[in-house]
Design a protein around this ligand. Sequence first.
Ligand SMILES: [Cu+2]
Length: 640
Amino acid sequence: MKNPLYFPSSQLISRRRFVTGLAAGGALLGLGLSPARLLATTGSTTPMPERRGNHFTLDIAPLTVNFTGAMRTATAIGGSVPGPVLRWREGDTVTLDVTNRLAVDSSIHWHGIILPTGMDGVPEISYPGIRPGETFRYRFTVRQSGTFWYHSHSGFQEQTGMYGPIVIEPRDQEPNPCDRDYVVMLSDWTDEEPDSVYAKLKKLSHYYNFNERTVGDLIGEIREKGLARTWNDRAMWNRMRMSDRDLSDVTGYTYTYLMNGRTPSEGWTGLFKPGEKVRLRFINGSAMTFFDVRIPGLKMTVVAADGQDIQPVAVDEFRIGVAETYDVVVEPDDGAYCVFAQAIDRSGYAHGTLTPDISLKAEVPPFDPLPLLSHKDMGMRMNMGDMDGSMSMGDAGSMSMNTMDSGNGAMNAKTKRESAMPGMQPMEGADMNNTVMGAPAKGTMASMPSEGMSGLGKAGYGSNAPVVHVPTEFGPHVAMRTENPQYRLDDPGAGLRNNGRRVLCYADLRNLHPTPDPREPEREIQLHLTGNMSRYMWSINGVKYADAEPLRFRYGERLRITFVNDTMMNHPMHLHGMWSDLETGDPKAIPRKHTVIVQPGSKISYLVTADAMGSWAYHCHLLYHMAGMFRKVVVSEEGK
Ligand SMILES: [Cu+2]
């Protein structure tokens, strides 16, 4: 690929920022260097700081850090970035005294932990937050085990370092005993103030995205596809004010990606003895970054997702969305291995080394090619034969967009009427194979039993409800609406399709234990993830949080949430206080997650047992999307 990093002249980079990018690896591409030429230096093996027991004292305080060659002030919890690993035991009652030594309000949320609403740590929803100088005592009984994490739920503090891992030892026997156990926490650091990052995104949403096509790319594309088709494709993307390389809002241009707080130039190091089983607990504690993770030369057996044991599945690679966790078991033999976590937009990476010998080095692999978003990522109808998703605008037809120049009422009225059509077709599930890569794998929705094709759809198989774009979704604040969103559980996502590796996808997730609540859903709520990238406005059903009514669940009910993604980005949706039982095609082994990626232009469904009274947060976990793409959930006896 020629000149994949294109620096618009209007965005001259300062020397300092260039060094930042270099540290992140992203700028190496611009220089024509491959990260493969860098050998991972085996850094120190200083373990992550760790606290154990059932009474913890944690301070939130400023901390001077230097990740890029420049001194900056982080917001740290427990004296380090990331914060210390908190080790709890299932069944224990833990007490956590958290003192705010900042000049501003703060908070700590225990991500994925099932607890009373008052202990959840979300300002204005669970409690008032922690004022400067105050100590808040959290106290709750730990009713689960596995890998989780904690972070600030105030402003942009999470971006400045307020996050840390939680590991909960099971009360019963661990189903996958290992000889070694490491936390691998991924995160994204910027030397900029998060407020300034956000302001730049508001002003120019492409500010950090240098993956726009160059003139050279255009010439190559014309040669390959012909002028007419190239023109159609590009005209469409331009009308949408989006780019087929819009994978991340914020990139390696400003971010330095960290693994357990180590920069790419240091790397994290984990030691093992040959023959040992090593458990790696991956946690994505980033503000904005999805990572694609692999360990060249090693199969990874995924044994837990979001802290919950699953039926083991051996893969070469997995994508981890913001706030998700995956536990994998590896069995390395003699030699050093690179734990490689490249950002989804290939603008940088975090890495570590698994090695039996501190002096052994593992080579950092080159980046994978830049993923291109396809029409599939827009939820367009596709021809059966068009498996690669590349097709011209003329073929797609029914995609609806609001554009700056044609987003008028007449057009909206027309698209609204049309949009109701695809979902009305009774056999909506029947053409799901269209979007599956290659042959349908297990968990394909096409295997849905026919008796489940009426009403709400059987628990475990997803929804039969028509996709409806509600009136609030129409207007300049919503740039696009997907016309034919599909379940894409078998799709590993843009950049990971057909890459020759066995890549984890949601269809692989099967709970290790029988589905805890096998009831059928009593009702379904369809939520559309909406936005306008060019204005950097994000919302649900076209309504931002500030203008939204709470979602109301009736205590004890079993309901289904179906998300439809009417944007071009992945959104990791996080429901607090209750599990998201992801419908991956097996009602007997429904996996429980706390954070579910909704792929661009797709839909996804999960079941929720409303077993937690009170008020809860429900939001996209991309930090700069959260203000708009957020809802309060109220669980009460009456449910209204
Ligand atoms: Cu989002």
